[in-house]
Each structure stands twice: as C-alpha cells, then as structure tokens.
Design a protein around this ligand. Sequence first.
Ligand SMILES: [Cu+2]
Length: 203
Amino acid sequence: MKIQTTLTALLAIIPFSSALADPPVEKKAGEKVEKPGGRCCTVLPKGEIKNPVFLKQDAAKKVAEVFIIATFDKSNYGMNFNGVFKSEGGYEIPFGWKIKVTFCNNSAVPHSVMVVEEDAAERKINLGADPYFDDAATPKPNTLGTTNKIEKFEFTPDEAGDFSFACGFPTHSANGHRIFLKIKKGLKKAAFIVPEKKKPAAK
Ligand SMILES: [Cu+2]
C-alpha cells in the first residue's frame, strides 16, 4: 500500500502549502499586479531591501537621489517617511544640488509628499497645492494623495534653509507625517539623518 500512503501524504501537504501561499490577486488585462505592501521594495536600490538605502549621491554631478516611502513601518500610526516622523530625522543636502525624488506609498491610506518650509509643515493643517520649490511634490498633494503609484519628481532648491518633506494630505503633516530637508551651504555630502534613538548601538 505504498502508493496510497504517498498519495495520502501528498493530499495532506497540498492544502497546507496552498494556505501558506499568497492569496490570489485579481488581475485585469494588461495591468501589472504588485503584491500589497511589497511594492515599495522595488523603489529602493537593488539589494538593499533588508538594510534599505534611502539616499544615493554623486558629488561630482551634484545630484542627490532620495527614496521616500510613506508608511515604511507602523510608527506614528503609519504617518512616517522611511520610518521617521515629526522631523526627528531627514535629509541634509548641499545647496546647489539637484534632488531627484522617488516616492512610494506603502499603505492603502492616501499620502503624498511635498517640500514646504519647516514651520509650515509643523503648524499648517492644510499645506495647499503648491510646494515651496517648483515641481517639488507628488501630483495634487493636498487632495488626492497617492495609494498605488510610484511617483518621481526632481527639483533644484534655489535657496538654502530649513524645509520639510511633508505629507500634503490634510492634517497629516501637523500630526507628524514629515521629515526635515535641510539645504546647507558649504556642505560637501548629502546625508539621511536618523534620530538618535533609532541608531543601532555603537560598536
Ligand atoms: Cu500622510
């Protein structure tokens, strides 16, 4: 009865393994289906999913490439960028550099990103439709937000100062959905600054 035993074993395995697999995703013709919650991994530079890199730079060309993921984790009820919120961390970028942004919203809640002055990001309930620098926002940041699309935009700040990458969806930025963007004269390298408490222990 060896065959029957094998068959029984197989039947026992099949439903179990299919239960572990991803639930089927409804697919419309010609539409690329991305795994829920996983799509933002494709935004980050390849091979850096476990230790994500949120910044790439070319000092010679004066270009900073930033990767901003809304709801990267569950912190601040999901209102974070790259796991950072309330401007406890963010980007420092030399004045005169071009900033190329790749944005992805990792949740079903609408979020966006736009560059505004730091104090506006902290206080204003509605940041309006226009970013501080031309083109420095995802489309319709204060009404639409984005839930399922990777957005790219680029801009070159024409002044130094303290700004924020803020979520333009009403109330979000004031509730902490913002990270800082410091445009600094005399800086040689761009950096993504993580709050002290989130840094791994010094070796
Ligand atoms: Cu938001």
